[in-house]
Design a protein around this ligand. Structure first.
Ligand code: BEZ
Ligand code: FE2
Length: 404
């Protein structure tokens, strides 16, 4: 048992002063130091500096480790040209993204206070790095492939990767399922994978309505995807509409990434089925997706969280930077309420969406915590200042173990 005595605690919904936290793998008690000492006389005591702040570790629900080698190879500005550039450079990017490259991405996340990440794995090349990462990992084995004649082979490959991830038996590692998108996965495959995810209670994620081109292709089999599908996959029509895709996910809550181009009907459906939207503002900006309408999501009571996406569509895997980008992209939103919601979106709300017992400094939660060094006493605008100022992360605990 340890007792930590920061000057301040951000739960993240409340700012508290003068309290200590007793923890082993979990948070056992939050009280005055005097009371905790009495309750746990054997506990190791951790004292902290003036203006120290304890807050939950951050949760980055959507990252693609296998694409971590990209810096300037991929073409930014519009989705379909970017996708072409991914296909053109995929082999080079995969070859140059060795273990060290992916470990660097994992370290970059840890350095910026990310104690849990959701790794969307296309090929399973990131399994070993994810398995050995200090963080908690939801390992989303991704299913992709729109051609019916390839369906069996693709599903078997997906199953083999899923099985390999199930072999990783360590605390805080969760094998999971990702459906790439409505345009890139055959509905037969989607049905089979969703059935499996339901049967085995596996966490689920999908990209949905990322680009204007996806909207047009799913609505009318037209637009920038038309030539892409015709040339590369000999397809002239979308495999399913957005509505048919969501129909497959009925009563199967999932993490739906991007959702920038969803219409009111689809938002209503997302809400009814308790899906959570993953907002990746930098990725959306770089791939020409536009800016997610947070007001529309909230009007339809759709939960949303924030993530970085991979280095294939971002220049960093730092959630503080991502929140800062969101703060400036959503320029019409009231500033402090947005800062508060962003902070919740990478802690308590991300934990809820990923079914994790973390994301808050509260009794019984996993002891995944950051100790930050503020410059001065925090005000009621602390969420804003956390996003704007690069405070030093002095210590990181995951399941109560100090990892930094
Ligand atoms: C496919 O494998 O069928 C596919 C991949 C990426 C985009 C679209 C389709
Ligand atoms: Fe993604």
């Amino acid at each position: 048992m340890k007792i930590i005595t920061p000057e301040y605690i951000l739960t993240p919904t409340e700012l508290k002063k003068g309290l200590s936290v007793a923890f082993d793998q979990h948070i056992k008690a939050i009280d005055t130091l005097e009371n905790l000492r009495r309750q746990f006389p054997q506990a190791e005591q951790i004292s902290c500096e003036t203006n120290s702040l304890l807050m939950p570790g951050l949760i980055n629900a959507h990252v693609h480790l296998e694409f971590s080698a990209n810096k300037t190879s991929l073409h930014y500005g519009d989705f379909v040209p970017w996708l072409h550039s991914v296909i053109e450079h995929r082999d080079d990017l995969m070859d140059s993204c060795d273990t060290a490259c992916m470990q660097q991405a994992v370290a970059m996340m840890l350095d910026s206070g990310i104690t849990t990440f959701g790794a969307v794995s296309s090929h399973g090349l990131d399994l070993e790095v994810a398995a050995n990462a200090p963080q908690n990992v939801v390992f989303f084995n991704e299913l992709i492939g729109s051609q019916a004649n390839m369906a069996d082979a693709l599903f078997n490959d997906f199953l083999a990767r899923l099985d390999a991830s199930k072999v990783v038996a360590r605390q805080g590692f969760y094998p999971a399922v990702a459906i790439h998108s409505p345009y890139s996965v055959h509905p037969i495959l989607i049905k089979k994978a969703l059935q499996l995810a339901r049967n085995e209670s596996l966490r689920l994620s999908a990209h949905f309505m990322e680009s204007h081109s996806e909207r047009t292709w799913l609505d009318s089999s037209e637009g920038a995807f038309k030539a892409f599908f015709q040339t590369l996959l000999q397809q002239s029509h979308a495999l399913c509409s957005a509505n048919e895709f969501l129909e497959l996910f009925r009563n199967t809550p999932a993490l739906m990434t991007h959702v920038v181009h969803a219409d009111a009907c689809e938002l209503e459906q997302l809400s009814k089925d308790h899906h959570t939207v993953i907002h990746c503002p930098v990725s959306n900006r770089l791939l020409g997706g536009g800016t997610l309408d947070l007001n529309a999501l909230e009007a339809h009571r759709v939960d949303w969280i924030t993530a970085t996406d991979g280095l294939s569509s971002n220049y960093t895997l730092n959630l503080f930077e991502e929140m800062k980008a969101a703060l400036f992209l959503h320029a019409d939103a009231a500033l402090l309420p947005l800062a508060n919601r962003l902070l919740e979106s990478v802690t308590i709300n991300a934990a809820k969406a990923l079914h994790l017992n973390s994301g808050a400094i509260a009794l019984g939660k996993d002891a995944d915590m950051l100790l930050l060094q503020l410059d001065e006493a925090p005000s009621e605008q602390i969420a804003l200042h956390l996003i704007l100022q690069r405070y030093n992360v002095n210590a990181i605990f995951i399941h109560g173990t100090k990892v930094k």
